[in-house]
Design a protein around this ligand. Structure first.
Ligand SMILES: C[S@@+](CC[C@H](N)C(=O)[O-])C[C@H]1O[C@@H](n2cnc3c(N)ncnc32)[C@H](O)[C@@H]1O
Length: 281
């Protein structure tokens, strides 16, 4: 919802430029020209709360070392967290019909999956639901764990809770899926069932930073987030995601995103209405 017009403050060109730089340094997000309205509308509530009159003053507060919590809140406000259940459904079908059978044919320990910009949790929980469906049809194969990361602490807290209300539930879930994978609570919201939650670990990670703590994965979902970054950063991220994959591992990007121009380390695999990128050996 947009704040009332009266609460929107104008942003001077100098403040806008400095804020663009701050955001790019903090999380890689590139704000194009003419997005002053977005900055002021997303930050006006926070600016009122911390009693600053301009984006320039907010930046000054951010520069003082004791204000790291403020930085978290600015990033929370500036990230776009749009997501919904079973977004780009072809990816999930491809995973269930082709990739999980393929991974289960090869011997090995735990299958590790990374949801690298998980927002409010729909993506990692959907991955877990697909694994649940796969296992109920084919029996337990290799165990599966899902690491779910995002830079925004606000969405991570919602994701961890795993409770969804109103329209959020309806966006992409059939009634049958609601019954199978959720339990209703007293507030008429739906909570993700423990058997779906148990595979998923949430933690904070900046995709523009290091992935050393993450280890190696068989599948990485990095969907609908690269669009916010510069071309240079996109290439760097895709290269480092490739390094984080086991040989022959799979990468999913958003259905409107393409790996062309970003990396030649993957083969494109098309099937079941989805595209995956397989790491070349
Ligand atoms: C549009 S949502 C996409 C969610 C989900 N992957 C999907 O496709 O539905 C983009 C997410 O990327 C996160 N994000 C933005 N910049 C990031 C960064 N530098 N590191 C990690 N996550 C970031 C945002 O907080 C947001 O939750």
């Amino acid at each position: 919802m947009q704040p009332r017009q009266s609460s929107i403050r104008s942003v001077s060109p100098a403040d806008y430029q400095a804020f663009q730089q701050f955001l790019q340094d903090a999380c890689g997000i590139q704000l194009g020209m003419g997005k002053e309205y977005l900055v002021s509308s997303r930050l006006s509530g926070l600016m009122k709360e911390v009693q600053v009159e301009s984006v320039g003053e907010l930046l000054q507060k951010l520069r003082s070392s004791v204000q790291s919590q403020l930085k978290v809140r600015v990033i929370d406000a500036m990230t776009t967290n749009e997501t919904f259940w079973f977004r780009d459904i072809g990816h999930y079908i491809l995973m269930k019909e082709t990739i999980l059978p393929d991974l289960n044919q090869s011997r090995g320990g735990t299958i590790r999956i990374w949801s690298a910009a998980c927002s409010t949790g729909q993506e990692p929980y959907n991955i877990s639901m697909i694994v649940e469906e796969y296992e109920s049809k084919h029996g337990r194969g290799r165990p599966v764990t899902i690491e779910a990361t995002d830079i925004s602490s606000k969405v991570l807290a919602e994701a961890k809770a795993g409770i969804y209300c109103g329209l959020t539930v309806e966006r992409g879930l059939t009634v049958e899926q609601q019954k199978r994978f959720f339990t209703p609570n007293k507030e008429h919201c739906l909570e993700v069932r423990p058997e779906i939650k148990r595979r998923v670990n949430f933690r904070s990670l900046n995709l523009a930073g290091s992935y050393h703590s993450m280890g190696k994965f068989d599948i990485i979902f990095c969907r609908n987030v690269l669009i916010y970054f510069s071309n240079e950063l996109k290439k760097d991220i895709v290269d480092r995601l490739a390094n984080a994959l086991n040989p022959g591992g799979y990468l999913f990007l958003g259905s409107t995103e393409s790996i062309n121009q970003l990396s030649d380390r993957f083969d494109m695999k098309v099937g079941h209405g989805g595209i995956s990128y397989r790491l070349k050996s």
